[in-house]
Design a binder for this molecule. Structure first.
Ligand code: 3PG
Length: 390
């Protein structure tokens, strides 16, 4: 693909699609990771002398309606401070917008526009007409074929990848295409069903696939143990067995926890009890992996050449069920492996245990990160490749 870093942008109208879909509470941004990740791109465009237009979605508003709770104003306030220059929010931009050299204008939530989500051609052409160069930099939204992430790129005079998107693709490619072995993937979260495709594609390429959280419970049940009242998916037990067999036939494995931490209710004050995995009773709910399992996994991670992490292995929001996730986070941080992590809960865990600086690459993608792990071609990337090939 063509890269923004290689282009002369002096005096050009440059329209950058970022993923500034961040949590907002009472008009303030509560987690700025995605905005911080996009700052180098915006700064580079300014350094190159561009007239900078930035667009993003925020949340999932009803199309065709302005809705203040989904306004990008809090993001614009943040950018004002971070860039130390006046940043303007433009609500009315589809029929043309004035931008001066070295100015930054942010377009109001692109999902207020009719046709955004269905990748409408008329809308895409309007967006394309606003710029000389379209920069796709929103890795977090690269799995959506929408007017601002895909359609606009088909019609803009030039379409290129921004530095953040390029860095994400490089890091993920390094982890999966030709990884330093052993390749270890940790997939946590509550349900096998939402991660089935990821588990399926990873089970074919990784050396060790560590299942955590509710997902692990289904694997524990598949191994013939009782899981009591734990969250698990009975109808996916056969699938879990198949995944384990697939991993083993590939010289890999999906290790089943040997011990677990149980509680009797899902609550902040639930008492945590460590049990051997064969001792779980009808009343128990499994909320974390046990210390022996955490130790075993830490050793697997220590020996890894590459680690891919998506999803906590326990209910880490409650401290008494957070030891497993903390142990995984620390093991990744200590390991010399090339490590990559992504997903909202994973990032929250990384923050909680303060290991962000010791992870090789933290992705800004949630759904996009998963789709990449699933081996899917992201539509926005396919568009950039198509534009680069003609
Ligand atoms: C995300 O938060 O994963 C991205 O911003 C995409 O948002 P969406 O799932 O609403 O398309």
């Amino acid at each position: 693909v063509i890269k923004m870093a290689d282009l002369d942008l002096s005096g050009k109208r440059v329209l950058i699609r970022e993923d500034l879909n961040v949590p907002v509470k009472e008009g303030k941004v509560t987690s700025d990771a995605r905005i911080r990740a996009s700052l180098p791109t915006i700064k580079l465009a300014l350094e190159k002398g561009a007239k900078v237009m930035v667009m993003s979605h925020l949340g999932r508003p009803t199309e065709g309606e302005y809705d203040a709770q989904y306004s990008l104003q809090p993001v614009v306030d943040y950018l004002n401070d971070a860039l130390e220059q006046h940043v303007r929010l433009e609500t009315d931009y589809l029929d043309g917008v004035d931008v001066a050299d070295n100015e930054v204008v942010v377009f109001e939530n692109v999902r207020f526009n009719v046709g955004e989500k269905k990748d409408d051609e008329t809308l895409s052409k309007k967006l394309a007409a606003l710029c000389d160069v379209y920069v796709m930099d929103a890795f977090g939204t690269a799995h959506r074929a929408q007017a601002s992430t895909h359609g606009v790129g088909l019609f803009a005079p030039v379409a290129c990848a921004g530095p953040l998107l390029a860095a994400e693709l490089d890091a993920l490619g390094k982890a999966l295409d030709n990884p330093a072995r052993p390749l270890v993937a940790i997939v946590g979260g509550s349900k096998v069903s939402t991660k089935l495709t990821v588990l399926d594609s990873l089970s074919k390429v990784v050396d060790q696939l560590v299942a955590g959280g509710g997902i692990a419970n289904t694997f524990i049940a598949a191994a013939g143990h009782a899981v009591g009242k734990s969250l698990y998916e009975k109808d996916l037990i056969a699938e879990a067995t198949k995944l384990t067999e697939a991993a083993r036939s590939n010289d890999g494995d999906i290790p089943v926890p040997t011990d677990v931490v149980v509680g009797s209710e899902f609550s902040e004050s639930a008492v945590a009890t460590i049990k051997n995995v064969s001792e779980v009773t009808d009343e128990d709910m499994i909320f974390d992996i046990g210390p022996d399992t955490a130790n075993t996994l830490a050793k697997i991670i220590e020996r890894a050449g590459t680690v891919v992490w998506n999803g906590p292995v326990g209910v880490f929001e409650f401290d008494q069920f957070g030891n497993g996730t903390e142990a995984i986070a620390n093991a990744i941080a200590k390991s010399n492996a090339f490590s990559i992590a992504g997903g909202g809960d994973t990032l929250a865990a990384i923050d909680k245990y303060g290991v962000a600086d010791d992870i090789s690459y933290i992705s800004t993608g949630g759904g996009a990160f998963l789709e990449f792990l699933e081996g899917k071609k992201l539509p926005a990337v396919a568009m950039l490749e198509k534009r680069a090939s003609v």
